[in-house]
Design a protein around this ligand. Structure first.
Ligand code: C2E
Ligand code: CA
Ligand code: CA
Length: 737
């Protein structure tokens, strides 16, 4: 036990001695550094990994810092690093707050021109050029490089080494990269260690390091050449010389092997640009979708409100308001439709309601509304005006079409009760207003409804049921328009429309010199109808071009047939003024036709009515000139019917004037008519144009024309228009004189 206690005491003693010794050593180490002079070292802040701020500790760190700390502490200094606030090291040299500044390649003068001293080289730092993509660099002596302005000292050294080199200094790396990408400089020159850090930035990934090191620079600390300065340099140099290379390399490797670059916000955006674009597109789509959805919902709400106002809740057809609005829309959208407006009223509705109850009355109204809606097209409308009164805007149809509606809607309505076993006959009064062209120009649905209502009242007042027209003559016109325009295509397809020829003669020789092609229509319900009736309707409904093209083609077919038989003839065709529009290219249409049938252009004579020239002189003159360039003969039709002006005769480039005797002799003073005819003949001859007289009905007229020098004639005196077979025979027989 005693021995144990002695050993224990001995051990405690040894431990205490050891602890005291230990404390002494560390205390002496502390006092060494405490005693050491503080050396304030100015360094740049923006040169990671050589010098930079460690954001975790708030201390300056880097290769340069570590190297200098080792050396300074070995030299007995307490090293304190401060980031310089001056723009360049050259300027910082003049600031007495720093004992020493780094780095320098060599001793330079301070900004104020003072001499400096520098330490031995701490390490060799390679400098490398970086280019935009892999680019072939020009010779070193011709190269234009960019450098950071904080490296102005290095730039001076480079300039000395390569006098031909051009250097531009930039304040920041971003500026220099921008200049590089814009092609203002060939390359950027910078410390390779700094490059190892800078090029970690994602958006610089396409910058290329030029493999050959351009040169390396010394890495020294420097201060003004003063006694104190020299003393510091001397003390440091002793240690620098002793600094072993493995130590130096370890420090360099420690920093260059770390991924020191931290992505900033800009880098984050750059790295994730595709994802961000996708997200932006998604967000835009979502916003668009939400806006669209909201608009849709509000449209739905609006529609619901509108329905409340514009729809009749009992029957589901339009209300008066809705009907007026829809009717206006339809008339605006379909101005070519022939409409009538119907006002219906059940004469004995009051009786029905009282006898059978309101429920049955409502059922009847719903039945009527439903069967009408089913029978009407999208271009028609029905509305319930009040109680048992309905208004319908309907298209005028041909007789068949009209009958269908009667059968599908009116008959079942009239038989509504009898079909259900009740002995009540419905009495329906209908007023019809047929819309006039004026109604499409100044749309006033109220006015039309009033007219239809007046017609309905007329029939109601007679104590009868049935229908009454407000304007029966317009009904006739409307029907005519529908019968004609609605049947044109079928008529062209089935051959109801034919080409007739009216021969034109040479009065002197008594031979047929040509013919005018005139169309004839044998309508299934209306019989032979005159072009004087249907041509204006087709012009109005825009269908005349279809008819004319058909006639021209048939004429060309006949001409070709005659050509093939060795009978070369010429025919005049009519060109309606409605055919002539800019986008139809009429000369092209005719040219294609003669090409197709292998005709000579002058076999077609194109008649354009005089009034067309008065209405659109410039465009007509252009069209006429083009037609003549293709070799067609152009004739001015109906000369004397309109405002034949002498000026027009001078301006319009036609080949032949077609003088209509009918207009010149029709009524009034025959003698004056005779004078006009003879003078017009002279005038046209003097102007160098050809002349033909049409509407020649008597021998006296023919002789007068002939005596005055007009030999070409056309008229009933010679021939009426005739079918093609007859015309061919007339050719063979010759002219009656
Ligand atoms: P228009 O071009 O002036 O044709 C001459 C009209 O006068 C023809 O009437 C012809 O039958 C008629 N006529 C001929 N000789 C005499 C006569 O001695 N006395 C009288 N009173 N009349 C005579 P039609 O065939 O009824 O044609 C009427 C109009 O219809 C034509 O007048 C022309 O403007 C137009 N037309 C006829 N066919 C066509 C066609 O295919 N296309 C176009 N766009 N219009 C046509
Ligand atoms: Ca004509
Ligand atoms: Ca004529």
């Amino acid at each position: 036990m005693k021995v144990k206690r002695i050993i224990g005491r001995y051990l405690i003693f040894i431990i205490c001695i050891f602890a005291i010794l230990q404390c002494g050593t560390s205390a002496s180490a502390v006092s060494k550094s405490d005693d050491a002079d503080t050396l304030i070292i100015g360094i740049p802040a923006d040169r990671c990994p050589l010098f930079y701020l460690d954001t975790d500790t708030g201390e300056p760190v880097g290769i340069g810092v570590d190297l200098m700390r080792v050396v300074a502490e070995e030299a007995g200094y307490n090293a304190s690093f401060m980031f310089i606030t001056e723009k360049t090291n050259k300027e910082a040299l003049d600031n007495p707050d720093y004992d020493i500044i780094m780095p320098f390649g060599s001793a330079i003068t301070s900004l104020s021109g003072k001499k400096t001293v520098v330490t031995e080289n701490l390490m060799q730092t390679p400098f490398t050029m970086v280019t935009d993509g892999s680019k072939n660099l020009p010779e070193l002596n011709k190269i234009h490089i960019g450098m950071l302005s904080s490296l102005a000292g290095v730039a001076e050294t480079v300039k000395e080494l390569y006098p031909g080199i051009q250097i531009t200094l930039y304040d920041t790396m971003t500026d220099s990269v921008k200049a590089l990408r814009a092609g203002k400089i060939d390359a950027i020159l910078h410390n390779s260690y700094v490059w190892s850090y800078v090029l970690q930035k994602p958006s610089y990934s396409n910058l290329k390091v030029q493999p050959a090191n351009m040169f390396s620079m010394d890495f020294r600390a420097g201060t003004l050449d003063t006694p104190k300065g020299r003393e510091i340099i001397e003390r440091l140099d002793k240690e620098i010389i002793k600094l072993e290379d493995p130590r130096r390399q370890a420090i360099i490797l420690d920093y260059t092997s770390r991924h020191l670059y931290r992505n900033n916000f800009g880098d984050f955006i750059y790295e994730n640009r595709f994802l961000l674009i996708l997200v932006a597109a998604l967000v835009t789509f979502l916003i668009g979708f939400i806006v669209h959805k909201q608009r849709y919902v509000s449209q739905q709400q609006e529609q619901t409100l509108r329905d409340l106002i514009e729809k009749d809740s009992l029957t589901g057809v339009l209300s008066l308001e809705g009907f007026k609005k829809r009717a206006e829309e339809l008339l605006r959208f379909y101005p070519d439709n022939q409409y009538l407006l119907v006002f219906n009223n059940i004469k004995n509705f009051k009786f029905i309601n009282e006898r059978l109850g309101r429920g049955t009355g409502d059922e009847l109204l719903r039945f009527w509304a439903e069967s009408s809606m089913a029978a009407l097209s999208d271009e028609e409308a029905i509305g319930r005006i009040t109680g048992d009164r309905f208004a319908i805007l309907r298209k005028i149809k041909d007789d068949e079409g009209m009958k269908v509606y009667e059968k599908e809607v009116i008959e079942p309505l009239l038989n509504f009760f009898t079909d259900r076993g009740k002995e009540i006959k419905l009495q329906l009064c209908t007023g019809v207003y047929v819309l006039t062209p004026e109604d499409y120009k100044n749309i006033d649905v109220d006015r039309m409804l009033d007219f239809a209502r007046m017609a309905e009242k007329k029939i109601r007042d007679t104590h009868k049921s049935g229908y009454e027209f407000y304007n029966p003559e317009q009904w006739e016109k409307g029907k005519q328009i529908v019968d004609i325009s609605g049947h044109l295509q079928a008529a062209l397809d089935t051959g109801e429309i034919q080409v007739w020829y009216q021969p034109q003669i040479d009065y002197m020789t008594g031979t047929i010199s040509g013919a005018e092609a005139l169309c004839r229509w044998k309508h299934p319900t209306r019989g032979w109808i005159s072009p004087g009736l249907f041509i204006p309707i087709l012009e109005e409904t825009g269908l005349i071009f279809d008819l004319d093209k058909y006639i021209w083609e048939r004429v060309c077919q006949d001409l070709k047939r005659w050509n093939d038989l060795g009978e070369r003839r010429s025919v005049s065709v009519n060109l309606s003024r409605s055919d002539i529009s800019e986008d139809r290219n009429i000369p092209g249409v005719f040219y294609e036709l003669v090409q197709k049938y292998g005709l000579d252009s002058d076999q077609l004579r194109i008649e354009i009515t005089e009034t067309a020239y008065v209405e659109r002189p410039d465009f007509l003159i252009k069209t006429t000139s083009e037609l003549r360039e293709y070799g067609f003969q152009v004739e001015m039709d109906d000369f004397g019917s309109g405002y034949s002006s002498l000026h027009m005769l001078k301006e319009v480039p036609v080949d032949r004037i077609k003088m209509d005797l009918h207009f010149l002799t029709g009524t009034g003073d025959m003698e004056k008519g005779r004078i006009i005819i003879t003078q017009v003949i002279k005038l046209v001859e003097l102007l160098g144009m050809k002349l033909i007289a049409e509407g020649v009905e008597t021998k006296a007229q023919a002789d007068l024309l002939n005596d005055s020098g007009c030999r070409e004639m056309q008229g009933y005196f010679f021939f009426k228009p005739m079918p093609v077979e007859e015309f061919e025979r007339a050719y063979d027989i010759g002219v009656r004189k």
